[in-house]
Write a protein that binds this ligand. Structure first.
Ligand code: NAD
Length: 441
């Protein structure tokens, strides 16, 4: 089989590389010439554990190619994936201009039957728009070429993307013809070993599945943050409550960790887009509006604790921040809660020194020189009045507290991810604040 993957970001590059890994001939396309030039040199545009090695292995084997030339890549293709960005437009709806531009480009150059698959997260009805775009591009050149559209939303998690793609919980494919179903079955067959299921459905249901999945996960997070905030007021310990409810199989242990709000490139925009889709169709997603509201408030919770601890005057304080990316094992800074927290600290007159194992170059795009970037987690602590743990990178979990204590001017920790034990922190001489547990200082 020969496939093209258009858009070489977090989703496109992982998708293309994983298909190449099972022997398929893949060309990854991007409009960003620099990205493609760098990929030719083995430099990846994103950080994703294990990806660099997998890319170079497949390039060496001659199965994985990079190009800016869509027309060339689409020639003789069996399947073309559209994996470009769908950022939120001004009104919160998903902006489809990149998806539709790619569809047009494919229609302008395809030369044989092909399944055109939206892998980008797109609202219900998008595949129909993709079809119209393809038809009009084909008609403009007087070409009579058969094609199918399909919807194949991606569920990979940044930081574990390769494993998620190679061993998926499920693969969802929306199709409207038996021919497309047969092509997609053949393509995904290598990933279905060991019982990983492929679920075929109609296209609108597939498009909706992705939004429903992300919205459900965002709901779990906001619900737990709401519970955590109440625990703190009432003197309950959210860690205990989490374990208590998570042992119920109907609830489950995952995604019920309180924190400082969800971020990233998907949850915020997908929740917004689903609310907007509903509004446009005369329906009010009440739960999701509340989910968004709780999340906005939650991004301020850690700052509010800092402010309360220091009596409302933060001027001149030196604050250390551990973690900048929206979650561990990625360099993705899109909608990261760290950005909101740092903005508030700076506005209140603090100086901020941050350390993140991989996201500092990416963070610099939005934060510039407004903060200092430390060479390691301990360097960030030098003379600090407080430490804020913002992203739970594994290396922050068991640090040398004695060294930390010596480096810091004041031994105060605000833990936005509840990665330390309050009792142990107290024993070590730290004033410790976390989420959903009223600590006794
Ligand atoms: P990204 O911004 O990392 O990558 C998108 C890429 O598309 C960029 O490299 C951009 O240059 C390229 N592009 C834009 N227009 C193009 C065009 N006309 N031709 C060729 N390339 C073009 O985005 P991403 O994070 O990979 O997300 C892509 C889609 O997948 C989005 O709809 C997103 O919601 C969805 N998604 C993302 C994740 C995730 O974890 N990042 C997970 C599941 C689904």
């Amino acid at each position: 089989m020969k496939i093209a993957v258009v858009g070489t970001g977090y989703v496109g590059l992982v998708t293309g590389t994983c298909f190449a890994e099972v022997g398929i001939d893949v060309t990854c396309i991007d409009i960003d010439q620099k990205k493609i030039d760098n990929l030719h040199k083995g430099i990846l545009p994103i950080y994703e554990p294990g990806l660099e090695e997998m890319v170079s292995r497949n390039v060496e084997k001659g199965r994985l190619h990079f190009s800016t030339n869509l027309a060339e890549a689409i020639t003789d293709c069996d399947v073309a994936f559209i994996a470009v960005g769908t950022p939120p437009g001004e009104d919160g709806s998903a902006d489809l201009k990149y998806v539709l531009a790619v569809a047009r480009g494919i229609g302008e150059s395809m030369n044989n039957y092909c399944v055109i698959v939206t892998k980008s997260t797109v609202p219900v009805g998008t595949a129909a728009k993709v079809r119209t775009e393809l038809e009009s591009a084909l008609a403009a050149r007087g070409a009579n070429i058969e094609f199918d559209v399909a919807s194949n939303p991606e569920f990979l998690k940044e930081g574990a993307a390769i494993d998620d793609f190679l061993k998926p919980d499920r693969i969802v494919v929306g199709i409207s013809s038996a021919r497309a179903e047969e092509v997609m079955s053949r393509l995904y067959k290598p990933f279905l070993l060991n019982g990983h299921p492929i679920i075929f459905m109609d296209i609108p249901s597939a498009e909706m599945t992705k939004y429903a999945a992300n919205s459900m996960l965002a709901t779990k997070i906001s619900f737990m943050n709401d519970v955590a905030n109440l625990c703190e007021i009432m003197g309950a310990d959210v860690n205990m409550v989490r374990r208590g409810i998570g042992s119920d199989a109907r609830i489950g242990t995952k995604f019920i960790y309180p924190g400082i709000g969800y971020g990233g490139s998907c949850f915020p925009k997908d929740v917004k887009a689903l609310i907007k889709t509903a509004q446009e169709n005369g329906y009010d997603m009440q739960v999701l509006r509340a989910v968004e509201g709780v999340n906005e408030n939650q991004k301020s919770v850690l700052f509010n604790k800092v402010n309360a601890h220091f009596g409302g005057d933060l001027r001149g304080l030196k604050i250390a921040v551990w973690g900048l990316s929206f979650k561990p094992k990625t360099d993705d800074m899109r909608e990261a809660p760290s950005l909101v927290i740092i903005e508030k600290l700076l506005a209140a007159g603090c100086t901020v020194t941050a350390y993140d194992p991989v996201a500092m170059p990416e963070a610099q795009h939005s934060l510039g020189d407004s903060i200092t970037y430390a060479k390691d987690e301990f360097d960030a602590l030098l003379d600090a009045d407080a430490l804020l743990v913002v992203t739970e990178w594994p290396e922050f979990r068991v640090p040398n507290f004695k060294v930390m204590s010596r480096l810091m001017k004041q031994q105060v920790i605000f833990d936005g991810r509840n990665i330390y034990e309050p009792a142990e922190m107290k024993e070590m001489g730290f004033v410790y604040h976390c989420i959903g547990i009223k600590t006794d200082h």
